[in-house]
Structures are given as structure tokens and as C-alpha cells.
Design a protein around this ligand. Structure first.
Ligand SMILES: N[C@@H](CC=O)C(=O)O
Length: 311
């Protein structure tokens, strides 16, 4: 039974040229860099990829491009961002699946209208599943257009279909994740926590890793935390998690432009801090603290020899 791997799952940022067209050379370099620094898998066409600001065609081209560049070195999942009735959503799922990605991710709040019941939600997903046999799926509780957190009985149903391999949990609640993991059990579905601040605790109750912002800029550190989440001595792993929590907090407000700025300051990648989603530039007022955070993390004695195993 094929399962997605544990670890860091970056929600890939989209690099742009000056004219805000997608810079595919930078996509290649970013894909290679994430994999080289230990990403377990890649979530392309995510909210961080500015999926709502990409055309339907761009979403497909980007998903295919990342899948081909990853070339089997890491699994790739991508959102369907489908709206409309179950037929329209199933058609879109089929288009995204044809790009070759390992799973097509449904946005929980797009599956049905906001006031739909949980049983209507399940009914719609059931029809989509029947229309696309053989396609693996995922769920992302994306905060936009609004956050639809699924009740535990729906999570159980998803897991028991055997068709869902990826679940991006944005509950930010350890109790909710624990309850969900209990019903997911030994099925194919893997639950990835979006919150770096509870990563270690969530892995101790069975989460498979992090699918969140911190993994976009420090994939090596997030991978390391995932690998050491069950260490007997938690001092170092909680120290690294705390630093990453601070990093994530510092990029939250102006995200994703801020994350691109930080990536440019902290890594070998040269990125323009430009986004379609939040087009305002990052000036020195916000930029200088991000540069200093990059320095701090670079100089920080994280104290472990195996921090960068693939370098
Ligand atoms: N950080 C946000 C968006 C994640 O995808 C959240 O967790 O809600």
C-alpha cells in the first residue's frame, strides 16, 4: 500500500520575473534546493504558490513543471482549486491528475457552498471519487476563501475510502489532530500539520510532518525537527522548533512576499521579493529585520552535526 513519506512538505512559493510572469528557471532551482535540503515531498499550487492568482492554465503548467523537475526524487501534490458542481470539480481533478502529480488536493471550503451540511460535502466528494477512478486525492483546509475544518467523522470517512493519501490539517489544535489521527489509524491517509509551533507534539501523536511556511524557507531545519521529534532528550529539537516558530511569525503578515525576501537573504537562491497576491514591495523597515533573522539563524549554534545531512 503506497503511502506518502514523513517529513517536511514545503508549500512551494512561486517565483516571478519583473513582469510577474512565472520564472521557471527559478522554479527549477527552488525545486532542486528543497529536495537537496531534505524535503520529503512538495505541495505545488498551494495557497503559498498564490494559486488563486494563477490562471487555470498556469496552475496546470506549474504542477507539471514541478512534477517533471522533481523527477521521482520527491512526491508532488497539487491543488485542484475547483469550484462548481461535482462534475466541474471532477473534470478539474482529472486535468490536474494528468500533469502526473502524486495526489490532487481538494480545498475543503470549495467542495460545497459554505452552508452545505457535512453529509452534502461527503456526497459531493463521493461523486468526484467515482468520476476519477485511480486518482489519489488530498484535502487542504485552506484558510481562503474560508477555513472549513472537517469533523472527525468526515475525516474517518475520507481515510476509509482508501483514496486519500494527503491531509493538510490547519486546525492548530493538538486535541483535534489527535482525534483525527485516531480515526485515520493505519489507512493510507497521512496527516501533515500546518503549524510549526506544535510540530513535535503532533508527530508524537502520529502526524507525518509539517506542510507549512517554515518548510519553504528552512526545509533542512524542519526535516531535522521531524527526524528528531521522538528523541528522548527534547532540548535541541524544541529549541530549533522555537526558532522556526519565530521565523514563521516574522513572515506571516506580509506573506508570501516576506518569505521570498527571506529566502533571498538566507539561501543560495536569488529571488525577487515580488508577489501577485500582495504586490507591495518590502522596504527596509520590514526587510532589515528579515535580513537579521537570516543572520541569526545562520549563526545560531543549533548544536547538531547531522543538521544538514545532504550538503
Ligand atoms: N498558516 C495558515 C495557512 C496554511 O496553509 C494556516 O495554518 O491556517
Amino acid at each position: 500500500m503506497h503511502r506518502l513519506p514523513d517529513g517536511a512538505w514545503p508549500v512551494m512559493l512561486t517565483p516571478y520575473r519583473d513582469d510577474l510572469s512565472i520564472d521557471f528557471n527559478a522554479v527549477n532551482e527552488y525545486t532542486d534546493w528543497l529536495i537537496e535540503l531534505g524535503a520529503a515531498g512538495l505541495f505545488s499550487v498551494s495557497l503559498s504558490s498564490e494559486m488563486y492568482d494563477l490562471s487555470k492554465d498556469e496552475q496546470l503548467v506549474l504542477a507539471r513543471h514541478v512534477h517533471e523537475r522533481a523527477a521521482g526524487r520527491a512526491p508532488v501534490v497539487a491543488s485542484a482549486t475547483a469550484r462548481g458542481d461535482w462534475r466541474a470539480q471532477a473534470d478539474r481533478v482529472a486535468e490536474v491528475a494528468a500533469t502526473g502529480v502524486d495526489a490532487v488536493v481538494l480545498i475543503s471550503s470549495l467542495v460545497t457552498p459554505p452552508d452545505a451540511t457535512d453529509s452534502a460535502w461527503i456526497d459531493t466528494v463521493e461523486r468526484i471519487l467515482d468520476a476519477v477512478p485511480g486518482v489519489d486525492l488530498g484535502v487542504y483546509e485552506c484558510p481562503l476563501p474560508f477555513k472549513r475544518l472537517l469533523p472527525v467523522q468526515t475525516v474517518r470517512w475520507l481515510a476509509q475510502t482508501g483514496r486519500f493519501t494527503f491531509y493538510k490539517d490547519t486546525s492548530h489544535s493538538l486535541a483535534t489532530m489527535t482525534e483525527r489521527l485516531n480515526v485515520i489509524g493505519d489507512t493510507r491517509m497521512r496527516l501533515y500539520n500546518a503549524a510549526i509551533s506544535s510540530l513535535v507534539a503532533s508527530m508524537q501523536v502520529g502526524a507525518s510532518g509539517l506542510s507549512g511556511y517554515a518548510a519553504n524557507v528552512y526545509p533542512d531545519l524542519v526535516s531535522w525537527v521531524c527526524r528528531h521529534a521522538s528523541d528522548a532528550d527534547q532540548t535541541d529539537v524544541l529549541r530549533v522548533q522555537r526558532v522556526l516558530t519565530m521565523v514563521e511569525h516574522s513572515i506571516n503578515l506580509r506573506y508570501p512576499t516576506s518569505a521570498k525576501f527571506l529566502l533571498d537573504a538566507s539561501s543560495r537562491l536569488r529571488w525577487r521579493a515580488r508577489s501577485r497576491w500582495k504586490p507591495e514591495a518590502i522596504g527596509d523597515h520590514e526587510g532589515e529585520p528579515l535580513r537579521q533573522i537570516a543572520e541569526l539563524v545562520r549563526d545560531f549554534d543549533l548544536g547538531r552535526a547531522d543538521l544538514h545531512p545532504s550538503r
